[in-house]
Design a protein around this ligand. Structure first.
Ligand SMILES: Cc1cc2nc3c(=O)[nH]c(=O)nc-3n(C[C@H](O)[C@H](O)[C@H](O)COP(=O)(O)OP(=O)(O)OC[C@H]3O[C@@H](n4cnc5c(N)ncnc54)[C@H](O)[C@@H]3O)c2cc1C
Ligand code: FES
Ligand code: FES
Length: 1333
């Protein structure tokens, strides 16, 4: 029955599926049933964009193709019947040629690890396609920037991605685009334009060619054969009624449109049948007339936006553009949103907007159609339980004001961690009002005030406030009273985070709406909050579009060691963009491959009595359940190891932290394994424990639970602190603050594939930064010699430290299962499990005494630090050393410290990019800020006074401080002062703060001194008979450009042969995957120096090869000798053309210091706590950069990851120590809308550095520390807000604490910032007005 088959196209290829589980997603199908791998699984929640594809639908009636991007992780396979899907490799690929999008991504250096890149390319493609269809092919810069809003990238910091996107915009000024490989500095605009890989919509909008075989597919009215697909598609309301009536006989039913709801609710339930309601005409129409607008419930949010634009409801459309992101809105239906809000308390924006618009809904109830007001609909019992169907929404037209003095107002508000980057709001609001103006002021005739997402059951109307305001002349005291009423109405439920903040937001929104109507003639002046008073209020524009991102980069390319020093394109960048680059999960699995999922503990300390499955039924597909008891007798229960000791693979009889691995469930598919792990029931005994779990550092101190720190990792104090304190004429004593954790959020979750081999051997593909250690742990666990194990790592989809120690148990568990079951076993951790087990950065508590003189000169610092290391040692004992490195960036006079590494019953923390260093550097800044505040001085002045001289640098860093000319920090400090116009902008900030009440700005300059250490690293270079070169190195390509630098170094090293055409050597070099049996002693890829170490290792190999090739060269020297001639001759003479070396750095110079300075300016919205980074200027000393494009990428990416740490990312544990944030819904890394609006980066070439690899310096981690400048600038802006708040004080001083002395926690999220600016700021302001201040 042809027409009833599920048939569709992927990249033009025909796919026919005979039967399928209807819950199968498009992503599952693409990844497991097609050769296409560019769709990546980053979250399964619609929250990352790694899985995007283009969906094209052909309408046979109009012969038109409609297309847009969708999230394949949420789209159900059956719903794409008859459609054509295009993935990034479908746009272009190695075989048929890359697409200009791919080439431009590569040339703008917009791909680092490459895991996000195919999704980014699809987002851009979708914007281009949309521009072609709707705007005559003219993509604007603004659209280009917004194209990737909501796509996550953890590596690049977005700037180069935005440049790649903007390069397609018709209105782009080509000179504004950043560093790229297409043109050189100084080229004319014409040359620049011509150098870009050409884009021609006729050739490159490949999806316009809809496959003919699908066009011919008969349009079958009754859809798929439901006996095979369990999928029904009613084509009219009557058919839908029939389906619903048959519900009881066919089992459970689920109605679906876009299925995006499953990204939030992650269906636990299995349904017997799915009903696709998107083909019913009444539910898919939009009807506009003089009475208003009717919208079918199955209409997508994107289509609703289009319909509402250019109408009275324009502001609603603008608000809806902040829902999810493009691809979500393309699939998500308005009805699905309303039903989720109604039945499952989803924090919807749409219900709030529609409540303020006085909308009604039509519902199908059995065969009756009911019309009810939205408010009543929301108050009904959950309609999902009653099988009622939402048919359409009706928004009534607004009657135009009949009198001149009457005005209609409609505004919407939304406060979310990311404005357009896919984040649910803390609170949203929409207000409608009809007001009339009289000589006395403004009277509200009617108003509808809707609030949502604040933690109530659903959006509500604040009717009490509406009644109160109606018919009344607006005044300060009226508004004050209305806000009081509102506080009583906005009551978040008990488990809602930040309830007081949410109330304050709601009140702030009402204030924003009403305040401009008070006083003077009461006219709303544009949409500004300017009250006509001395101080402008500074409008908080919640609907503003993303301001253009402007950036500049200054890098110095050097030709001394060509091609080292050139901004060469990252190796394999285009391959990453097309999605052909192979990550572990992309390796095709064998048919008998099994899949594993961890069962983890939910108790911090408990005896494990039993592990079973829910209702004692073994879930579908389960093959085995492994625990520590399954470890071979000759092996050990070991899952990780570092120099500080091992960690267990599984809990034994006792679990020691929530999140600890208890067992591995092995099943036929990853989906089944994950489901079974969820259904696992672990019985604990917590009654008969000898001791309580340790869940805080304070508990650890009480119980003396510490990890030992070897003196090697415990730096010496500096000077005499007692003496320093005596010298001080001012002191801050026993000041205390805490620092939180951070999750890596590598885009590729932890993954491994193990293959059993003959003779008790095992091969494991692991996404690891430390394959050598993975190798050794596996051998120890299985009790086999190390030569029986082989670990292979080609590339890692982002590591940031999280794929070092934490990758080991994943690979080991796979190996154990494969070894035991003698079948291949793969694991791909879902994001939730990954987040629960990752541990992340070390939280800590800091207490200090600091002594200083009244001019700001520091004399002594005494620190006590309690570091929460969790349950295993991991690498935590290095923390004291790492913290104290960057903390010594100032001349403290004298410094002493007591650092304890606490062992707690919490997940073990590990090294995350700049581990300890970012905290150490920040601690120093925090102390400086407090000293400055104490002395009423500018923090910048205190910083400057205490910057090291070369002499004091030597006192604090001893031999690491290097030569005097290498101490470039004072130079950078001064340079950035000029380039950032620091002084002038400081004055402008002061002026701005004087003139604005509700917006405050801050500016801060922060220096860094970051110590790194080189380590022994191996390399091997082999020249093949055709002259091509294959290179192996100990370092792993984790997106940091290691392979690229290594390639450059090999081309340079072999280029010293000076053959004719040596400049083409770079193209001949290929770096291949790490293989722990091929090249041993690879060590850890960590600490920022692995690239330079690997480069040095291969340089040494090249020296050997050049030496061996010289005699042949000398013999050939008659005229010009080409590389290939030389190699052919060397082969003929049996010259050994493979050389290996282990680079071992000189002990005396293996550590060195890196310097940089960052200046950031922020603007804080005092009403919402939102911090916008207006501008950041970075200057970083890279020595002679090995590849300025790669180093620039590291600087920008690290800085943005630092912004995440300081401003956004909350990674906390609950009272049992279980990680609270478990996915993209509640863990918010920066997106394109949260990076600095102006982002200027300069990489300084500071000339010759004697002991460094070709004079280069590290760039991977130090720039992350510079993001403290954003935090410090925020602190300064908040200080201004608090100062201002003092001036409003009438009588109730203690509702909000004001004043200059405060600690700004890390991360400084919106609730935190608002809390410090004042949760009652608007009330206080009005009180001030009322009492005449
Ligand atoms: C990443 C992401 C970000 C988001 N961000 C926001 C946001 O910022 N603000 C916001 O308001 N929303 C947001 N949403 C929610 C989004 O708007 C909804 O998921 C979407 O509108 C649901 O529509 P759907 O067609 O995908 O519904 P489906 O997932 O297909 O269905 C959802 C539920 O409703 C039922 N259902 C669907 N239609 C009907 C109907 N007509 N009658 C009866 N039952 C029905 C289904 O059975 C199902 O239980 C976000 C969603 C995602 C995935
Ligand atoms: S995997 Fe689909 S959005 Fe993340
Ligand atoms: S390049 Fe974007 S996540 Fe790595």
């Amino acid at each position: 029955m042809e027409g009833k088959d599920l048939e569709f196209a992927v990249n033009g290829e025909r796919f026919k599926v005979n039967s399928v589980d209807p819950s199968t997603t498009l992503l599952e199908f693409l990844r497991f049933n097609t050769p296409f791998k560019s769709v990546k699984l980053g979250c399964s929640e619609g929250g990352c964009g790694a899985c995007l594809v283009m969906l094209s639908k052909h309408d046979p009636d109009s012969d038109q193709v409609k297309e847009h991007s969708i999230n394949s992780c949420l789209t159900l396979l059956c719903s794409i019947n008859g459609c054509s899907i295009t993935t990034s490799e479908g746009l272009g690929n190695t075989k048929k040629g890359f697409h200009p999008i791919h080439n431009r991504f590569a040339g703008f250096h917009a791909s680092q690890c490459g895991f996000c890149t195919p999704g980014m390319c699809i987002s851009l493609y979708s914007a281009l396609s949309n521009a072609h269809i709707n705007h005559n092919n003219t993509l604007t810069v603004s659209e280009a920037e917004k194209a990737i809003a909501g796509n996550l990238c953890r590596c690049t910091g977005y700037r180069p991605i935005v440049d790649a996107c903007k390069s397609f915009a018709a209105d782009v000024d080509i000179e504004d685009l950043g560093l790229n490989s297409f043109w050189k500095k100084g080229d004319s605009k014409e040359v620049m334009v011509k150098s870009l890989p050409p884009y021609n919509p006729d050739d490159h909008l490949v999806t316009r060619l809809f496959p003919e075989f699908l066009k011919k597919k008969k349009k079958v009215r009754n859809g798929l054969d439901h006996s095979r697909y369990h999928w029904t598609t009613p084509f009219c309301v009557n058919e839908l009624c029939n389906v619903l009536e048959s519900a009881n006989s066919v089992g459970s039913l689920k109605l679906v449109v876009g299925n995006t709801g499953s990204g939030y609710y992650k269906d636990e339930e299995r349904f017997d049948r799915y009903v696709d309601i998107s083909h019913i005409p009444e539910m898919s129409m939009i009807k506009k007339d003089e009475n208003g607008i009717e919208i079918g419930a199955a209409v997508t949010i994107s289509d609703v936006i289009d319909a509402l634009k250019d109408s009275d409801f324009e502001k609603m459309a603008a608000h809806m553009e902040k829902i999810g992101n493009h691809s979500i809105r393309n699939s998500a239906s308005i009805g699905g949103n309303l039903v989720m809000a109604q039945s499952r308390k989803f924090p919807s924006d749409i219900t709030t907007l529609l409540l303020a618009a006085d909308a009604s809904v039509f519902m199908l109830n059995v065969r009756e159609i009911e019309k009810v007001k939205l408010q009543e609909f929301l108050d009904l019992p959950p309609i999902l339980d009653t099988k009622r169907v939402l048919l359409k929404v009706d928004i009534p037209a607004w009657t135009a004001p009949s009198r001149d003095d009457t005005e209609l107002l409609f505004e919407t508000y939304r406060a979310a961690p990311r404005s357009i980057g896919n984040a649910l709001p803390y609170v949203n609001a929409a207000f409608f009002a009809r007001v009339s103006h009289s000589g006395r002021g403004v009277v509200v005739n009617k108003c509808l005030l809707a609030f949502g997402s604040y933690g109530g059951d659903h959006s509500i109307r604040a009717t009490e406030v509406e009644h109160f305001l109606t018919g009344i002349l607006l005044s300060h005291s009226v508004l004050y009273e209305a806000m009081g009423l509102l506080r009583g109405i906005i009551v978040p439920s008990k488990d809602t985070s930040y309830p007081e903040y949410r109330k304050a937001l709601a009140v702030g929104f009402l204030f924003e709406f009403c305040y401009p109507l008070i006083g003077n003639n009461g006219h709303r002046i544009c949409s500004s909050l300017d009250s006509g008073e001395k101080h402008s209020n500074g409008h908080v524009d919640h609907t503003e579009s993303l301001p253009f991102l402007s950036s500049s980069q200054q890098v110095v390319e050097s030709d001394e060691f060509q091609p080292v020093g050139e901004a060469v394109i990252k190796a394999g960048a285009a391959l990453q963009a097309s999605g052909e680059a192979v990550f572990v999960d992309d390796i095709p699995t064998l048919p008998n491959c099994l899949h594993g999922a961890f069962i983890y503990s939910t108790e911090p300390l408990a005896k494990i009595k039993s592990i079973s499955f829910s209702e004692n039924v073994t879930p579908t597909g389960v093959f085995a359940l492994l625990t520590f008891k399954d470890i071979p007798q000759q092996g050990q229960n070991i899952g990780s190891k570092t120099v500080f000791g091992p960690g267990p693979l599984f809990a034994d009889e006792l679990t020691r932290c929530a999140g600890q691995r208890i067992a591995l469930v092995v099943a036929d598919t990853q989906k089944h394994a994950d489901r079974a792990a969820k259904l696992a029931v672990v019985e604990y005994d917590i009654k008969n424990l000898e001791e309580e779990p340790i869940l805080t550092v304070e508990d650890a101190v009480k119980r003396s639970s510490f990890f030992e720190v070897h003196p090697m990792f415990y730096p010496e104090p500096v000077g005499d602190v007692l003496h320093g304190m005596k010298e001080a004429d001012r002191k801050i004593l026993l000041a205390e603050f805490r620092l939180g954790s951070q999750y890596f959020f590598y885009m590729e979750p932890q993954t491994a594939l193990a293959l059993p081999d003959e003779d008790n051997c095992i091969k494991v593909f692991s996404s690891s930064q430390a394959p050598e250690y993975v190798h050794s742990v596996i051998a120890t666990c299985l009790g086999i010699p190390e030569h029986n194990v082989r670990v292979i790592t080609r590339r890692v989809g982002g590591g940031f430290g999280g794929k070092a120690v934490k990758s080991m148990p994943v690979a080991t568990a796979c190996a154990l299962a494969a070894h035991k079951l003698q079948r291949p076993v793969k694991m791909y951790l879902n994001r939730k499990t990954d987040m629960i087990m990752a541990g992340g950065r070390h939280p800590m508590k800091v207490t200090y005494n600091v002594g200083f003189r009244s001019d700001g000169k520091l004399t002594a610092l005494e620190l006590t630090m309690l570091i929460d290391a969790g349950i295993e040692p991991d690498v935590s004992p290095i923390l004291p050393r790492n913290i104290m490195g960057p903390l010594r960036k100032y001349d403290w006079g004298a410094l002493s410290f007591d650092v304890k590494v606490c062992k707690t019953n919490l997940p073990s923390r590990t090294a995350m990019r700049a581990p300890g260093e970012v905290q150490g550097s920040y601690i120093a800044e925090s102390i400086i800020e407090n000293v400055a505040s104490f002395l009423h001085m500018e923090a910048d002045e205190v910083r400057k006074i205490n910057l090291h001289t070369y002499h004091s640098l030597g006192k604090f860093y001893k031999h690491i401080s290097g030569e005097a000319e290498e101490y470039t920090l004072p130079l950078l400090w001064d340079k950035v002062e000029i380039s950032s116009e620091f002084k002038k902008r400081g004055e402008m900030v002061k002026e701005f703060n004087k003139c604005n009440v509700w917006r405050k700005r801050g500016l801060s300059r922060v220096p860094i001194v970051h110590q790194v250490m080189q380590r022994a690293t191996p390399g091997r270079v082999s020249i093949l008979s055709d002259g091509s070169v294959v290179v192996e190195v100990g370092g792993i390509e984790i997106g940091q450009g290691l392979w690229t630098k290594v390639k450059q170094m090999v081309a340079y090293g072999l280029g010293l042969m000076k053959c004719t055409g040596s400049d083409k050597l770079l193209e001949k070099v290929r770096v291949v995957q790490a293989d722990t049996l091929g090249l041993i002693q690879g060590g850890f890829t960590a600490g920022s120096t692995t690239s330079e170490n690997s480069c040095e290792a291969v340089r040494l190999c090249c020296v050997i090869l050049v030496e061996r090739l010289k005699p042949t060269m000398d013999q050939l020297k008659s005229g010009s000798v080409t590389w290939n001639m030389l190699i052919q001759q060397a082969y003929a003479k049996s010259v050994n053309l493979s050389a290996s070396a282990l680079y071992t750095p000189e002990f005396s110079s293996m550590e060195y210091l890196n310097y940089g300075v960052g200046v950031s300016e922020v603007e804080v919205d005092v009403l919402t706590g939102k911090t916008e980074i207006l501008r950041s200027d970075i200057i970083y000393d890279c020595g002679k950069s090995l590849n300025p494009a790669v180093d620039l990428g590291q600087v920008e990416g690290a800085f943005v990851q630092g912004i995440g740490f300081f401003m956004m990312e909350e990674y906390t544990t609950d009272e049992k120590g279980l990680v609270v944030q478990q996915g993209t819904w509640d863990y918010k890394i920066p997106t394109v809308d949260t990076i600095p609006k102006k982002f200027f980066v300069e990489i300084l070439n500071t000339g010759h550095h004697k002991n460094r690899v070709l004079s280069s310096k590290a760039s991977g981690e130090p720039p992350l520390l510079l993001a403290a400048s954003v935090h410090c600038a925020t602190r300064s802006a908040i200080r201004e807000a608090r100062r201002q708040s003092l001036s409003w004080d009438c009588n109730d001083g203690d509702r909000d604490v004001s004043g200059a002395d405060f600690e700004l926690p890390v991360p400084a999220t919106m609730p935190v910032v608002k809390g410090l600016c004042g949760l009652y700021s608007v009330e206080k302001y009005l009180e001030g007005k009322i009492c005449g201040k």
